[in-house]
Design a binder for this molecule. Structure first.
Ligand code: ADP
Ligand code: MG
Length: 300
């Protein structure tokens, strides 16, 4: 199958700053692909070159086998780029805004209006842009990007600045867009977002991709211990330390925690002793992956 996206050795300098420093990846049709990294990692610059909005200093980009730069009219109907909410026209209502974008692609008004419902903004159709909440503005900008029904959708930090509930709601919308068979490429500085949404994620820092793969595979690749916690004091430390298999034990006065690479026998032994009150089981996360790749704590 022809990849939806193929990127080879992309580079971009801003003066002395090597914003993108040899980035390569490919994305298959239907995938949900994420570029994850802290602020300044080079995510937006990479995305803009892939979208054909910025000229690379070197390297290649192919979308469905075609180069997006210089502006390629063959590709425009097939790709959707989410605009920043700040790019909205002033004083237009949500419906007018969306119809205006749709008309640029020759999309019928009716089809444009359907997108308002699909992103959950039906009730806001007559409300002006600037009166919409942050989450509603993001939904509107996603509707504008999708109004012409593209196969491939680019979203640059779509949930940035939203409250946790609005972020979760937007995740549902993005999942739905991908489940319709569209290829989705998203940048984010939220580890949990990448972990929850993406089939595959590229971890980016200082203009380079450090590692790439399905989030669960990256985490598993770390081979870090599982942490099993129960209420503090449920077992004496000496007994806990010899409970089962290979464990490291710690009791901080709140939780008794076992770090182990063989969680099953530890859980079984705790169950046998009826010592499961307050149980929580935590594996490694992408945060641990970032730490192991860079030696730094992840700070977005
Ligand atoms: N137009 C620009 N002019 C100069 N430097 C820029 C410009 N855009 C981005 N940069 C710099 O390039 C680096 C990567 O930025 P960016 O791609 O925006 O990262 P991210 O989206 O991951 O936050 C940063 O050091 C940023 O300051
Ligand atoms: Mg950015």
């Amino acid at each position: 199958m022809q990849p939806a996206i193929e990127v080879g050795e992309l580079r971009k300098w801003y003066g002395d700053i090597h914003a993108v420093d040899g980035v390569s990846f490919s994305v298959q049709p239907g995938e949900f692909f994420g570029i994850l990294g802290p602020n300044g990692a080079g995510k937006t610059t990479t995305l803009e070159m892939v979208e054909g909005l910025r000229e690379p200093d070197s390297g290649t980009v192919r979308l469905f086998g075609e180069s997006p730069w210089p502006r390629n009219p063959k590709l425009l109907p097939r790709i959707g780029v989410q605009l920043q909410a700040s790019a909205f026209f002033e004083r237009l209502t949500a419906r007018e805004q969306l119809r205006l974008f749709a008309s640029l692609y020759g999309v019928p008004t009716k089809q444009a209006d359907e997108w308002l419902a699909l992103v959950g903004l039906e009730d806001m159709a007559g409300v002006r842009n600037e009166k919409l909440s942050g989450g509603q503005q993001q939904r509107l900008s996603i509707a504008c990007a999708l109004a012409h029904n593209p196969d491939l959708v680019f979203l640059d930090e779509p949930t940035s600045g939203l409250d946790p509930q609005a972020r979760r709601n937007l995740w549902e919308l993005l999942r739905g867009i991908n489940e319709q068979g569209r290829t989705v490429v998203l940048t984010t500085h939220y580890l949990d977002e990448a972990e929850s949404l993406c089939d595959r994620v590229a971890i980016m820092d200082h203009g380079r991709i450090l590692q790439e793969g399905p989030p669960a595979a990256l985490v598993r690749g770390l081979d870090s211990p599982t942490r099993i916690s129960v209420e503090s004091g449920l077992l004496p430390l000496a007994e806990a330390a010899t409970l089962a298999g290979d464990v490291e034990v710690d009791d901080d006065g709140v939780s008794l925690t076992f770090a182990t690479r063989t969680p099953a026998p530890v859980l079984a032994a705790l169950a046998e002793r009826d010592a499961l009150r307050g149980l929580s089981v935590r594996g490694a996360t992408l945060e641990d992956v970032f730490l192991s790749l860079t030696g730094r704590e992840y700070r977005a």
